[in-house]
Design a protein around this ligand. Structure first.
Ligand SMILES: Cc1cc2nc3c(=O)[nH]c(=O)nc-3n(C[C@H](O)[C@H](O)[C@H](O)COP(=O)(O)OP(=O)(O)OC[C@H]3O[C@@H](n4cnc5c(N)ncnc54)[C@H](O)[C@@H]3O)c2cc1C
Length: 401
């Protein structure tokens, strides 16, 4: 029923503050980007250029790139720690985490030539790989049914794909040089399995904009620099296809466990921030002649959120350890994502409630962070889709869709 865990006795999970130097250094960087910085960006729907530059220069966005290509060659846990610390410091990695989400697809399935062409410049901060175009307006969570299509055209000057379609919620497209784009290369009615016929193209948006690629920002509840993308007769060199034609869905799926673990780590950081903020305020705010934190009605939601955080963090560490050992971790990565985003949401609710009316005042940063963690129930994967994974793949119940 569940995954075979018999071979797992040798897996060790570190407790406490692993990667202490990285944590300390990330905290130091984040100190330069306090609440006022994020509030101002939020008001202007602007991108945190200075913050992303500081992280890039410190090498933190390229930790997953192997040393041969100019990165630090660290494991996924290091990326998790960086993102957790960013969020625990009250900052947001939403502007730059995609480089870590998408990296695995290029590392595992890209050709040696592609890795040499792109990775050193990404590692040096000269090239930004921050956009990930999967979701489409008419297909949503049903990824295998995407309609953006790419037809291979033979050309003496070099074969290319002619791409037509539309993407939605493509975050950071205006702040990225490259976009990893999922397209249909074989019509849905000509494939034997619905997971076949999709391919991944690496689109150089510097060349594509104005030549078949149009990007329009979406005004949203959170400042996530997200956009919709219209693609009309866009030429993408065939040499920019990652891996084999038709196998793109598998490549994307391959990266999903890492994506879930990374998103879960951000949620852990957010939960820590909310719990710290709520406990501090509960101790300081005096009403009826005593700190509000003396009331169990105020204490308990914060304490409960903390217990959920601790449990979720263990799952994140377990999933990461399995991932690092190259063992199946779909169940654990999905559960880690679900538990940590719920822990973060409950911590956000407790923090907002603890702050009473002041929780709604922008200058406390609580309402902004509250909006940000709410998104995690929907993106990068919605809670229902995780539950249906657990129901079907772990508990053996019938497929529901
Ligand atoms: C801020 C933000 C940033 C994003 N960034 C990106 C990005 O960079 N790249 C990208 O490709 N996408 C991105 N997304 C899209 C995100 O991944 C999708 O919103 C998400 O996968 C859900 O798809 P949908 O919005 O179309 O919802 P739908 O698929 O329409 O689902 C709507 C609701 O119905 C539920 N539902 C649907 N089917 C089922 C089912 N079979 N069983 C149970 N419940 C079901 C869902 O859980 C959801 O609650 C982003 C979204 C947001 C909000």
């Amino acid at each position: 029923m569940t995954q075979d865990n018999t071979a797992l006795t040798d897996i060790s999970v570190s407790l406490g503050e692993d990667y202490p130097e990285i944590r300390e250094s990330v905290r130091r960087i984040c100190k330069d980007f306090p609440g006022e910085y994020w509030r101002d960006l939020d008001e202007r729907s602007a991108y945190p250029d200075a913050f992303v530059k500081a992280l890039t220069e410190a090498g933190y966005l390229s930790v997953l790139i192997p040393e041969t290509y100019g990165g630090a060659g660290l494991p996924l846990r290091a990326a998790s720690v960086i993102l957790e610390e960013i969020h625990s410091s009250g900052c947001s990695a939403g502007a730059c985490h995609a480089q870590m989400y998408t990296m695995g697809t290029l590392l595992r399935h890209g050709s040696e030539e592609q890795k040499r062409r792109f990775l050193p410049d990404i590692a040096a901060g000269k090239l930004r790989l921050q956009a990930f175009g999967i979701t489409e307006p008419t297909t949503g969570s049903d990824t295998t049914q995407i309609k953006t299509k790419a037809d291979l055209v033979s050309d003496p000057a070099g074969d290319y794909y002619l791409v037509n379609g539309q993407k939605v919620w493509t975050s950071r497209a205006l702040q990225s040089d490259l976009m990893m784009l999922l397209v249909r290369t074989t019509p849905a009615d000509q494939v034997s399995r619905k997971t076949e016929g999709l391919s991944v193209l690496l689109v150089d948006m510097r060349q594509a904009r104005g030549k078949g690629l149009e990007i329009r920002p979406i005004k949203a509840m959170v400042n996530h620099n997200t956009t919709e993308i219209f693609i009309d007769q866009l030429r993408v060199p065939a040499e920019n296809r990652i891996g084999e034609e038709g196998k793109g869905f598998r490549y994307i799926l391959d990266g999903m466990n890492a994506e879930r673990i990374i998103a879960a780590s951000e949620a852990i950081g957010d939960a820590r921030w909310f719990i710290r903020k709520a406990s501090t305020y509960a101790n300081e705010r005096v009403v009826f002649g005593r700190p509000i934190g003396k009331n169990q009605g105020v204490q308990f939601p914060i304490a409960r959120a903390y217990t959920e955080l601790v449990a979720a963090e263990m799952m994140v560490r377990k999933a990461t350890a399995l991932f690092a050992a190259g063992l199946p971790c779909g169940e654990d990565a999905n559960i880690a994502k679900l538990l940590s985003t719920e822990a973060a949401w409950h911590a956000a609710e407790a923090c907002l409630q603890t702050h009473g009316g002041f929780g709604f005042a922008s200058e406390y940063d609580v309402e902004r962070k509250w909006r940000e963690v709410r998104v995690m129930q929907v993106a990068p994967v919605s809670t229902n889709l995780i539950l249906s994974y657990v129901a079907e793949h772990v508990l053996g119940m019938p497929r529901s869709y």
